[in-house]
Design a protein around this ligand. Structure first.
Ligand code: AMP
Length: 285
């Protein structure tokens, strides 16, 4: 385990000895799966020095039970990372390392992108994300940081933190890794029962349906068709399905589709587990 003090010493050594090394960072909450591993692999390809952080950040959980039941398997995670490359560095701080005695969340102005989708459903979540990301970037001073498209709204939030505080950092957004049934890999998937997983392909199928039928139906019609597709499965609740612009997260402007790259965002609650996913509907421009 690496403490912040040790890191500071290492940072000094790094700066002195290497100067131009490209330092890459992959922030995670652990319980690693192939989605995380794809980020680490990308970082290994692009950077001289890679740091993976594993920290279940209490400040980004608005539901204490969700925090408590978040899956943790540090030994497996470390073995997983080291099996990619022994030289990858792992940062596993504890809550006290990061926050000291009291967890205090910074308050950011995210220009309303935190007031939609997950931001509404999980009040305070993105201030918690912003707080940890800012702390990690301050500790590591990375050149490149790697995040997943699966948490698309989070990538917009992180880009705002970068624009405001770390102009020299570049974010690499990596594509969503899915299982055979289309389910976006997530640490939370391990909380799903076998029964709940039976119809899990309904989530990605709904996104594909929306893409294929984007020009045929209005937003509202698509939403009600998808609600039926999801909720016909026992234990599945559609929390939201929304079509929004990839850049601003405002509702899609179908009349000016050239200016608005439309993306579908979905959240389905399956047996109490929130699963989020998204898919681009129109070409990025
Ligand atoms: P988490 O541990 O859930 O905080 O995720 C850490 C990073 O991995 C975030 O940047 C996520 O967006 C990314 N990630 C999680 N699941 C996937 C996935 N299925 N495909 C690609 N990236 C992912």
């Amino acid at each position: 385990m690496t403490t912040i003090k040790k890191l500071r010493e290492l940072e000094i050594i790094l700066n002195k000895s290497t100067g131009k090394k490209v330092l890459g960072m992959v922030p995670t909450m652990g319980s690693l799966h192939e989605g995380h591993i794809s980020l680490v692999n990308r970082a290994v390809k692009m950077c001289d020095e890679v740091w993976v952080s594993i920290f279940v950040n209490p400040a980004q959980f608005n539901d204490i039970n969700d925090y408590k039941k978040y899956p943790v398997d540090l030994k497996k995670d470390i073995d997983n990372i080291k099996s990619i490359n022994q030289n990858i560095n792992i940062f596993i701080p504890n809550v006290n390392d990061i926050y000291g005695a009291k967890i205090v969340k910074d308050k950011f102005d995210f220009q309303k992108v935190d007031k939609v989708l997950e931001g509404i459903k999980r009040p305070g979540h993105f201030n918690g994300v912003g707080t940890i990301v800012k702390k990690l970037f301050e500790i590591f001073k990375p050149n490149l940081v790697f995040f997943g498209e699966k948490d698309f709204q989070q990538t917009i939030i992180v880009q705002k933190i970068i624009d405001n505080y770390f102009k020299n950092i570049k974010m690499i957004v990596c594509p969503t890794v899915r299982s055979e049934d289309g389910l976006a890999l997530s640490s939370r998937n391990s909380l799903l029962s076998k029964d709940a997983k039976k119809n899990i392909s309904a989530i990605y199928d709904s996104l594909l349906f929306a893409k294929q039928n984007f020009n045929k139906f209005s937003d509202n019609d698509l939403k009600s068709i998808i609600k039926n597709k999801i909720e016909k499965n026992t234990g599945y609740i559609l929390d939201y399905f929304e079509l929004r612009c990839s850049k601003t997260l405002r509702f899609c402007n179908r009349k000016n589709i050239k200016k608005c790259c439309c993306r579908a965002f979905i959240c389905v609650i399956v047996d109490g587990v929130r699963l989020i996913d998204n898919l681009v509907m129109t070409n990025e421009n």
